[in-house]
Ligand binder design. Structure first.
Ligand code: KG4
Ligand code: ZN
Length: 337
Protein backbone atom coordinates (compact mmCIF):
# COMPACT_ATOMS: atom_id res chain seq x y z
CA UNK A 1 0.00 0.00 0.00
CA UNK A 2 1.27 3.48 -0.93
CA UNK A 3 0.20 6.32 1.35
CA UNK A 4 0.60 10.00 0.51
CA UNK A 5 0.76 12.48 3.42
CA UNK A 6 0.47 16.25 3.16
CA UNK A 7 1.12 18.77 5.96
CA UNK A 8 0.51 22.54 5.68
CA UNK A 9 -0.81 23.55 9.12
CA UNK A 10 1.68 26.34 9.84
CA UNK A 11 5.03 27.35 8.34
CA UNK A 12 6.28 24.02 7.02
CA UNK A 13 5.10 22.54 3.73
CA UNK A 14 5.70 18.82 3.77
CA UNK A 15 4.92 15.86 1.52
CA UNK A 16 5.67 12.25 2.51
CA UNK A 17 5.14 8.81 1.07
CA UNK A 18 4.94 5.56 3.02
CA UNK A 19 5.26 2.60 0.68
CA UNK A 20 4.53 -0.84 2.11
CA UNK A 21 5.22 0.42 5.63
CA UNK A 22 8.53 2.01 4.62
CA UNK A 23 8.95 5.77 4.63
CA UNK A 24 10.35 6.49 1.17
CA UNK A 25 10.12 10.30 1.23
CA UNK A 26 9.59 13.01 3.84
CA UNK A 27 10.28 16.34 2.19
CA UNK A 28 9.99 19.45 4.35
CA UNK A 29 10.18 23.03 3.11
CA UNK A 30 10.44 25.54 5.97
CA UNK A 31 9.24 29.11 5.41
CA UNK A 32 12.24 30.84 6.95
CA UNK A 33 11.17 34.28 5.70
CA UNK A 34 8.72 34.64 8.65
CA UNK A 35 11.70 35.29 10.95
CA UNK A 36 12.00 38.86 9.68
CA UNK A 37 8.44 39.55 10.90
CA UNK A 38 9.09 38.00 14.35
CA UNK A 39 6.41 35.32 13.85
CA UNK A 40 4.33 33.49 11.27
CA UNK A 41 2.29 35.76 8.95
CA UNK A 42 -0.74 33.59 8.03
CA UNK A 43 -1.43 35.01 4.56
CA UNK A 44 2.22 34.73 3.50
CA UNK A 45 2.26 31.18 4.81
CA UNK A 46 -0.74 30.15 2.66
CA UNK A 47 0.83 31.66 -0.45
CA UNK A 48 4.15 29.94 0.15
CA UNK A 49 2.39 26.57 0.63
CA UNK A 50 0.62 27.09 -2.71
CA UNK A 51 3.87 27.77 -4.52
CA UNK A 52 5.84 24.81 -3.20
CA UNK A 53 3.32 22.01 -2.78
CA UNK A 54 3.32 20.70 -6.38
CA UNK A 55 7.15 20.70 -6.76
CA UNK A 56 7.40 18.92 -3.38
CA UNK A 57 4.89 16.27 -4.46
CA UNK A 58 6.82 15.71 -7.71
CA UNK A 59 10.10 15.34 -5.77
CA UNK A 60 8.54 12.95 -3.24
CA UNK A 61 7.21 10.72 -6.06
CA UNK A 62 10.57 10.78 -7.84
CA UNK A 63 12.44 9.95 -4.63
CA UNK A 64 10.06 7.03 -4.00
CA UNK A 65 10.22 5.79 -7.59
CA UNK A 66 6.44 5.97 -7.78
CA UNK A 67 3.77 7.74 -9.81
CA UNK A 68 0.69 9.53 -8.59
CA UNK A 69 -1.53 6.75 -9.94
CA UNK A 70 0.28 4.29 -7.61
CA UNK A 71 -1.05 6.07 -4.50
CA UNK A 72 -3.67 4.05 -2.60
CA UNK A 73 -4.54 6.49 0.17
CA UNK A 74 -4.36 10.29 0.42
CA UNK A 75 -3.96 11.90 3.87
CA UNK A 76 -3.70 15.55 4.86
CA UNK A 77 -3.69 17.62 8.03
CA UNK A 78 -7.14 19.12 8.65
CA UNK A 79 -6.36 20.94 11.94
CA UNK A 80 -5.45 22.41 14.28
CA UNK A 81 -3.51 25.14 12.54
CA UNK A 82 -3.82 28.33 10.49
CA UNK A 83 -7.03 28.03 8.53
CA UNK A 84 -5.67 29.47 5.25
CA UNK A 85 -2.56 27.30 5.45
CA UNK A 86 -4.59 24.17 6.25
CA UNK A 87 -6.92 24.91 3.33
CA UNK A 88 -4.04 24.66 0.84
CA UNK A 89 -2.91 21.15 1.78
CA UNK A 90 -6.35 19.81 2.60
CA UNK A 91 -7.96 21.05 -0.63
CA UNK A 92 -5.01 19.83 -2.67
CA UNK A 93 -5.26 16.38 -1.05
CA UNK A 94 -9.03 16.19 -1.56
CA UNK A 95 -8.58 17.14 -5.21
CA UNK A 96 -6.00 14.38 -5.65
CA UNK A 97 -8.25 11.82 -3.94
CA UNK A 98 -11.18 12.84 -6.16
CA UNK A 99 -9.26 12.69 -9.42
CA UNK A 100 -7.46 9.45 -8.54
CA UNK A 101 -10.66 7.91 -7.11
CA UNK A 102 -8.74 6.96 -3.95
CA UNK A 103 -9.81 7.15 -0.29
CA UNK A 104 -9.06 10.29 1.69
CA UNK A 105 -8.30 10.64 5.41
CA UNK A 106 -8.29 13.99 7.25
CA UNK A 107 -5.61 13.83 9.95
CA UNK A 108 -5.48 15.68 13.26
CA UNK A 109 -2.06 17.35 13.47
CA UNK A 110 -1.66 16.65 17.21
CA UNK A 111 -2.48 12.97 16.62
CA UNK A 112 0.26 13.04 14.01
CA UNK A 113 2.74 14.22 16.68
CA UNK A 114 1.37 11.74 19.29
CA UNK A 115 2.16 8.74 17.08
CA UNK A 116 5.35 10.17 15.52
CA UNK A 117 7.44 7.81 17.68
CA UNK A 118 6.28 5.00 15.38
CA UNK A 119 8.41 6.48 12.60
CA UNK A 120 11.46 5.35 14.58
CA UNK A 121 13.06 1.90 14.45
CA UNK A 122 12.39 1.43 18.18
CA UNK A 123 8.66 2.10 18.53
CA UNK A 124 6.57 2.99 21.59
CA UNK A 125 4.75 0.12 23.31
CA UNK A 126 1.15 0.58 24.44
CA UNK A 127 0.19 1.92 26.87
CA UNK A 128 2.54 4.87 26.74
CA UNK A 129 2.72 8.33 28.19
CA UNK A 130 3.40 11.06 25.65
CA UNK A 131 4.29 14.71 26.14
CA UNK A 132 3.38 16.83 23.11
CA UNK A 133 5.31 20.10 23.18
CA UNK A 134 4.92 22.32 20.15
CA UNK A 135 4.51 25.97 19.27
CA UNK A 136 0.76 25.87 19.76
CA UNK A 137 0.14 22.97 22.15
CA UNK A 138 1.36 21.37 25.35
CA UNK A 139 -0.41 18.13 26.17
CA UNK A 140 0.24 15.18 28.44
CA UNK A 141 -1.59 12.11 27.18
CA UNK A 142 -2.01 8.44 27.93
CA UNK A 143 -2.01 6.45 24.70
CA UNK A 144 -3.69 3.07 25.10
CA UNK A 145 -3.96 2.14 21.42
CA UNK A 146 -4.18 3.71 17.96
CA UNK A 147 -7.83 4.46 18.68
CA UNK A 148 -7.77 5.42 22.36
CA UNK A 149 -5.92 8.47 23.60
CA UNK A 150 -6.72 9.95 27.03
CA UNK A 151 -5.86 13.56 27.75
CA UNK A 152 -4.37 13.97 31.22
CA UNK A 153 -3.47 17.64 31.07
CA UNK A 154 -2.79 20.65 28.92
CA UNK A 155 -1.55 24.20 29.26
CA UNK A 156 -3.97 26.71 30.74
CA UNK A 157 -2.29 29.57 28.88
CA UNK A 158 0.84 29.61 26.67
CA UNK A 159 2.26 26.51 25.02
CA UNK A 160 5.85 25.56 25.90
CA UNK A 161 7.11 26.46 22.41
CA UNK A 162 5.21 29.73 22.51
CA UNK A 163 7.00 30.63 25.78
CA UNK A 164 10.37 29.89 24.12
CA UNK A 165 9.36 32.09 21.18
CA UNK A 166 8.18 34.99 23.37
CA UNK A 167 11.24 34.98 25.67
CA UNK A 168 13.47 34.78 22.59
CA UNK A 169 11.78 37.88 21.18
CA UNK A 170 12.17 39.65 24.52
CA UNK A 171 15.91 38.91 24.55
CA UNK A 172 16.26 40.15 20.99
CA UNK A 173 16.82 36.74 19.42
CA UNK A 174 14.74 35.87 16.38
CA UNK A 175 11.91 33.49 15.51
CA UNK A 176 11.56 30.54 16.02
CA UNK A 177 12.84 31.08 19.54
CA UNK A 178 13.44 27.54 20.79
CA UNK A 179 16.68 26.80 18.94
CA UNK A 180 18.08 30.31 19.72
CA UNK A 181 17.28 30.06 23.44
CA UNK A 182 18.86 26.59 23.51
CA UNK A 183 22.00 27.90 21.80
CA UNK A 184 22.27 30.87 24.22
CA UNK A 185 21.53 28.65 27.25
CA UNK A 186 24.47 26.42 26.36
CA UNK A 187 26.78 29.36 27.19
CA UNK A 188 25.04 30.39 30.41
CA UNK A 189 24.77 29.02 33.95
CA UNK A 190 21.22 28.03 34.79
CA UNK A 191 21.52 28.59 38.56
CA UNK A 192 22.32 32.31 38.58
CA UNK A 193 18.64 33.34 38.35
CA UNK A 194 15.63 31.47 39.66
CA UNK A 195 12.38 31.77 37.73
CA UNK A 196 9.14 30.46 39.26
CA UNK A 197 7.40 27.24 38.29
CA UNK A 198 3.60 27.34 38.30
CA UNK A 199 1.86 25.20 40.87
CA UNK A 200 -1.61 24.44 39.55
CA UNK A 201 -4.52 22.71 41.26
CA UNK A 202 -5.07 20.31 38.37
CA UNK A 203 -2.34 17.66 38.70
CA UNK A 204 -1.34 17.43 35.04
CA UNK A 205 -1.95 20.93 33.70
CA UNK A 206 0.79 23.37 32.76
CA UNK A 207 1.12 27.15 32.81
CA UNK A 208 3.89 29.16 31.20
CA UNK A 209 2.55 32.72 31.08
CA UNK A 210 3.66 33.48 34.68
CA UNK A 211 7.16 32.31 33.84
CA UNK A 212 7.21 34.44 30.71
CA UNK A 213 6.04 37.47 32.75
CA UNK A 214 8.68 36.89 35.41
CA UNK A 215 11.39 36.91 32.72
CA UNK A 216 9.93 40.20 31.47
CA UNK A 217 9.85 41.66 35.03
CA UNK A 218 13.43 40.51 35.61
CA UNK A 219 14.56 42.28 32.44
CA UNK A 220 12.56 45.42 33.22
CA UNK A 221 13.91 45.72 36.76
CA UNK A 222 17.55 45.02 35.90
CA UNK A 223 18.00 46.82 32.59
CA UNK A 224 16.82 50.16 31.25
CA UNK A 225 16.11 48.53 27.92
CA UNK A 226 16.24 44.94 26.64
CA UNK A 227 18.71 46.06 23.97
CA UNK A 228 21.20 46.88 26.76
CA UNK A 229 21.43 43.31 28.09
CA UNK A 230 24.94 41.93 27.60
CA UNK A 231 25.38 38.69 25.71
CA UNK A 232 26.58 36.94 28.91
CA UNK A 233 23.48 38.07 30.78
CA UNK A 234 21.23 36.97 27.91
CA UNK A 235 22.84 33.54 28.06
CA UNK A 236 22.16 33.32 31.80
CA UNK A 237 18.54 34.41 31.43
CA UNK A 238 18.07 31.88 28.60
CA UNK A 239 19.64 29.08 30.68
CA UNK A 240 17.50 29.84 33.76
CA UNK A 241 14.34 30.11 31.65
CA UNK A 242 15.04 26.85 29.81
CA UNK A 243 15.70 25.10 33.14
CA UNK A 244 12.36 26.35 34.50
CA UNK A 245 10.45 25.09 31.44
CA UNK A 246 12.15 21.68 31.54
CA UNK A 247 11.57 21.35 35.30
CA UNK A 248 7.88 22.29 34.94
CA UNK A 249 7.36 19.72 32.17
CA UNK A 250 9.26 16.90 33.90
CA UNK A 251 7.42 17.49 37.20
CA UNK A 252 4.08 16.68 35.55
CA UNK A 253 5.44 13.69 33.65
CA UNK A 254 6.81 12.27 36.93
CA UNK A 255 3.46 12.81 38.62
CA UNK A 256 1.70 10.94 35.80
CA UNK A 257 4.22 8.09 36.00
CA UNK A 258 3.41 7.69 39.68
CA UNK A 259 -0.29 7.24 38.84
CA UNK A 260 -0.39 5.36 35.54
CA UNK A 261 1.33 2.14 34.67
CA UNK A 262 2.88 2.44 31.22
CA UNK A 263 5.41 0.55 29.12
CA UNK A 264 7.00 3.49 27.34
CA UNK A 265 7.32 7.25 27.43
CA UNK A 266 7.55 9.48 24.40
CA UNK A 267 8.48 13.11 23.85
CA UNK A 268 7.19 14.69 20.62
CA UNK A 269 6.62 18.03 18.85
CA UNK A 270 8.92 20.91 17.93
CA UNK A 271 10.18 21.49 21.50
CA UNK A 272 11.22 17.82 21.69
CA UNK A 273 14.26 18.99 19.71
CA UNK A 274 15.52 20.63 22.93
CA UNK A 275 18.54 18.69 24.15
CA UNK A 276 18.07 19.55 27.86
CA UNK A 277 14.51 18.24 27.70
CA UNK A 278 15.66 15.13 25.84
CA UNK A 279 18.33 14.52 28.49
CA UNK A 280 15.78 14.85 31.29
CA UNK A 281 13.52 12.32 29.55
CA UNK A 282 16.46 9.92 29.20
CA UNK A 283 17.12 10.22 32.93
CA UNK A 284 13.45 9.70 33.75
CA UNK A 285 13.13 6.62 31.54
CA UNK A 286 16.18 5.04 33.21
CA UNK A 287 14.87 5.81 36.72
CA UNK A 288 11.51 4.23 35.92
CA UNK A 289 12.91 1.47 33.75
CA UNK A 290 10.75 2.45 30.77
CA UNK A 291 11.33 2.36 27.06
CA UNK A 292 11.93 5.88 25.75
CA UNK A 293 11.01 6.99 22.25
CA UNK A 294 11.95 10.47 21.08
CA UNK A 295 11.68 10.92 17.32
CA UNK A 296 14.65 12.08 15.28
CA UNK A 297 14.70 15.84 14.68
CA UNK A 298 13.16 15.46 11.21
CA UNK A 299 10.03 13.99 12.88
CA UNK A 300 9.91 16.41 15.89
CA UNK A 301 9.00 19.55 13.96
CA UNK A 302 6.08 19.57 11.56
CA UNK A 303 6.39 16.89 8.90
CA UNK A 304 4.14 14.90 6.58
CA UNK A 305 5.60 11.50 7.54
CA UNK A 306 3.67 11.62 10.82
CA UNK A 307 0.53 12.66 8.93
CA UNK A 308 0.85 9.78 6.44
CA UNK A 309 1.46 7.33 9.32
CA UNK A 310 -1.47 8.55 11.42
CA UNK A 311 -3.74 8.61 8.36
CA UNK A 312 -2.72 5.08 7.42
CA UNK A 313 -3.46 3.76 10.94
CA UNK A 314 -6.86 5.53 11.01
CA UNK A 315 -7.67 4.03 7.60
CA UNK A 316 -6.66 0.56 8.80
CA UNK A 317 -9.12 1.07 11.66
CA UNK A 318 -11.92 1.87 9.21
CA UNK A 319 -11.77 5.65 8.82
CA UNK A 320 -12.42 7.28 5.46
CA UNK A 321 -13.45 10.94 5.28
CA UNK A 322 -15.83 12.65 2.86
CA UNK A 323 -14.42 15.13 0.40
CA UNK A 324 -16.43 17.96 1.98
CA UNK A 325 -14.37 17.67 5.19
CA UNK A 326 -13.52 21.20 6.40
CA UNK A 327 -10.35 22.40 8.13
CA UNK A 328 -10.56 23.42 11.80
CA UNK A 329 -8.30 25.89 13.65
CA UNK A 330 -8.29 24.36 17.17
CA UNK A 331 -8.72 21.11 19.02
CA UNK A 332 -12.42 20.26 19.40
CA UNK A 333 -13.96 18.39 22.36
CA UNK A 334 -14.17 15.20 20.30
CA UNK A 335 -10.36 15.07 20.15
CA UNK A 336 -9.12 13.11 23.15
CA UNK A 337 -11.52 12.15 25.96
O1 KG4 B 1 5.71 21.18 16.32
P1 KG4 B 1 6.23 22.44 15.76
O2 KG4 B 1 7.27 22.36 14.67
O3 KG4 B 1 5.08 23.34 15.21
C1 KG4 B 1 3.83 23.41 15.83
O4 KG4 B 1 2.99 22.51 15.58
O5 KG4 B 1 3.68 24.38 16.62
O6 KG4 B 1 6.84 23.30 16.98
C2 KG4 B 1 7.42 24.55 16.80
C3 KG4 B 1 7.93 25.06 18.15
C4 KG4 B 1 8.37 26.52 18.13
O7 KG4 B 1 7.75 27.20 19.21
C5 KG4 B 1 9.88 26.43 18.34
O8 KG4 B 1 10.44 27.55 19.03
C6 KG4 B 1 10.01 25.17 19.17
O9 KG4 B 1 9.06 24.28 18.59
N1 KG4 B 1 11.36 24.58 19.12
C7 KG4 B 1 12.15 24.45 20.21
C8 KG4 B 1 13.39 23.92 19.73
N2 KG4 B 1 13.28 23.73 18.37
C9 KG4 B 1 12.03 24.15 18.02
N3 KG4 B 1 11.96 24.74 21.49
C10 KG4 B 1 12.98 24.51 22.36
N4 KG4 B 1 14.19 24.01 21.98
C11 KG4 B 1 14.42 23.71 20.67
N5 KG4 B 1 15.61 23.24 20.32
ZN1 ZN C 1 3.28 20.57 15.14
Amino acid sequence: MNVLGIETSCDETSVAIISNDILTANLISSQDFHSKYGGVVPELSSRAHLQIIIPLLKDALKKSNLELKNMDLICATAGPGLIGALLVGLTFAKGLAYSLKKPFVAVNHIEGHIFSGFLMKEKPEFPYLVLVVSGGHTLLLLVESFTRVIKLGTTVDDAAGEAFDKVSKLLGFGYPGGPQIERAAAFGKSDKISFPIADLKEPFNFSFSGLKTSVLRYVQSNYKDASLISLDDKNEIAAAFQKAVVTALIKKVEKALSQFKVKSISLVGGVAANSELRKSFEKLSKQHNLKLVIPDLEFCGDNAAMIAFRGMKSYEHGLVNDLDFSPYPGLTPQHFS
